[in-house]
Ligand binder design. Structure first.
Ligand SMILES: NC(=O)c1ccc[n+]([C@@H]2O[C@H](COP(=O)([O-])OP(=O)(O)OC[C@H]3O[C@@H](n4cnc5c(N)ncnc54)[C@H](OP(=O)(O)O)[C@@H]3O)[C@@H](O)[C@H]2O)c1
Length: 243
């Protein structure tokens, strides 16, 4: 059995302007894939639009993935994806008693609702064509909870359920689904979204360092290029020392 090449494939990456999504977009492009990125229209996305990776340019779609009109606009690109990488997300951590329910709404809107809507559009296209691969970046917190992360963990548990449901319902339709569960990753913007002092104290007490987004991208490429009859179901990847 040989690796399935990603060269020439349409890869759609949500949140591909930063962190893990960006590292994956660059890794797919380096392998010759045609990569489309959807992310907020910030400087990072403009920077990706200018990049040339081995002669490959990124198609960059700037917009808010929680906005249904933007989802309508990008529906054609999503349906056309051979590989969907769900990476867009946010994390606002705080002790439960200090939680602001508006933050729950924002996290569920992007981490769960937007991801599920995009996955639905992509899955319909893949089932029509009888092939495709849905790869979702959930988290090590998709099956656990750490202090101050109750709502974020709840959104990632939901993505784990989505992945399991896809595997059940699309069985025999030629669509692969992989859930990637990273532990702590540094050099992304996610970590700066939480300002509560308890979260900072918890972070300074850690006995291990975070991984690099490229470490996660390697796991994503491993799943995407797995020989055809093989489906990588769940990959959990953590820095040494993280429980
Ligand atoms: N960092 C970690 O330790 C870690 C661990 C496990 C899992 N994860 C998961 O990995 C994924 C990527 O996170 P990251 O650490 O790489 O963080 P990141 O650098 O903040 O990347 C998140 C990406 O999502 C985009 N995004 C957020 N909200 C959006 C919206 N409403 N519409 C469109 N795009 C939106 C961001 O766009 P902008 O840059 O323009 O805001 C950015 O491109 C997330 O799902 C996260 O939960 C992260």
């Amino acid at each position: 059995m040989s690796e399935v090449p990603v060269a020439g494939k349409n890869v759609f990456v949500t949140g591909g302007s930063s962190g893990i999504g960006r590292a994956c977009a660059l890794a797919f492009a380096a392998q010759g894939a045609k990569v489309t990125i959807a992310a907020l229209p910030e400087d990072d996305l403009a920077e990706m639009e200018k990049r040339d990776v081995a002669g490959n340019r990124f198609r960059c779609l700037g917009g808010d993935l929680t906005d249904d009109r933007f989802l309508e606009d990008i529906n054609g690109d999503v349906r056309n994806a051979d590989i969907l990488l769900n990476s867009a997300g946010m994390a606002i951590a705080a002790p439960f008693l200090d939680n602001d329910p508006d933050d729950w709404d924002r996290m569920f809107a992007i981490n769960v609702r937007a991801t599920m809507r995009i996955t639905l559009a992509a899955a319909r296209g893949m089932v029509d064509r009888g092939r495709g691969h849905i790869i979702t970046i959930s988290s090590a917190l998709a099956h656990a909870v750490s202090p101050n992360t109750l709502c974020y963990a709840a959104t990632k548990h939901a993505l784990a359920a989505m992945h399991q449901g896809i595997r059940l319902e699309l069985l025999g339709k030629g669509v692969r689904s992989t859930e990637i569960r990273p532990g702590l990753v540094w050099h992304t913007k996610l970590g700066s979204q939480s300002t509560h002092p308890a979260v900072r104290d918890h972070a300074t007490g850690r006995a291990y360092e975070g991984m690099d987004p490229d470490d996660v991208a390697r796991a994503v490429l491993f799943a995407a290029t797995a020989p055809d009859p093989i489906e990588l179901d769940v990959i959990e990847i953590k820095p040494l020392g993280q429980l």
